[in-house]
Design a protein around this ligand. Structure first.
Ligand code: OAD
Length: 235
């Protein structure tokens, strides 16, 4: 399972570092809620569209590419490899990973708050904020999961199922502070899986995983993948 740290080396600020320039005076925790959207849909959609454009201009890095490679090697060797992400930037998909479980949705899907229609938004920035639905004229909101909202049932169900059945669980570039995603490593551990964390810093799970590999995901993951090039089953 990955978090924002995996995309840091692509130039995408992590969620808790996200406020720069014009946005420096805002707290992301205050913008990522349904209450914030209800109070100021223009501000919230402007911020998410700014993030969408920023992510679209970035490229996958060696951490994304290695996970794509690992997924292919494991799958072609008859092993299951489930890639779960909390990221909304689509960089795993752009690196070629498929399937990817997006626990927190995507910056590139927007949903009408009026008629519920979801549309993919991969083009230029919106012209007005909040953007409006072509079908009914309602307000569009980003297709991400906000604080105080439920995760998509299918995504969290698949993630829990994989975590509860795996032999190895890697927690990569996540602060492990946001639940239920942060609980998946514990579910894997309870089931008897070996667990590892790859992170630049200490997190609340660092003391309870089997291995804590400290450093940049874009450096550690390629080194780790080399060790399993011939036999993923020994991993
Ligand atoms: P965070 O921004 O909370 O944490 C990023 C983690 O990545 C931190 O622990 C960093 O130390 C680590 N990190 C930074 N650069 C790294 C690198 N190059 N290599 C390895 N690790 C690195 O991001 P998430 O844990 O993804 O949710 O945040 C989880 C959720 O919290 C997000 O999906 C978002 C946020 O609230 C919602 O919006 C619902």
């Amino acid at each position: 399972m990955t978090g924002a740290g995996v995309s840091a080396e692509s130039g995408i600020p992590t969620f808790r570092d996200a406020m720069e320039g014009l946005w420096a005076r805002f707290d992301p925790m205050q913008l990522a809620t349904p209450e914030a959207f209800a109070a100021n849909p223009e501000l919230v959609t402007r911020w998410y569209d700014h993030r969408r454009m920023m992510c679209a201009a970035c490229d996958p890095n060696p951490a994304h590419e290695t996970l794509t490679h690992m997924q292919r090697v494991f799958t072609s060797s008859g092993c299951r490899f489930t890639l779960i992400t909390q990221n909304v930037d689509r960089l795993h998909q752009r690196a070629g990973s498929d399937p990817v479980i997006e626990l927190h949705g995507s910056l590139f899907m927007w949903r009408c708050t009026g008629c519920g229609r979801s549309t993919e938004q991969t083009g230029v920035a919106f012209e007005t904020y909040p953007p409006t639905c072509e079908a009914c004229g309602g307000c569009l909101r980003p297709g991400v999961v906000w604080f105080h909202e439920m995760l998509p049932e299918e995504a969290i169900g698949a993630a829990q199922q994989a975590a509860g059945a795996c032999d190895v669980f890697l927690s990569i570039g996540t602060s492990s502070m946001v639940y239920p995603a942060a609980g998946l490593v514990g579910a894997a551990h309870t089931r008897g899986a070996r667990t590892a964390e790859i992170n630049r810093d200490e997190t609340p799970i660092s003391g309870s995983v089997d291995w804590h590999l400290r450093g940049a995901a874009g450096r550690i993951l390629p080194a780790l993948a080399e060790s399993l090039s011939d036999s993923p089953k020994d991993f």
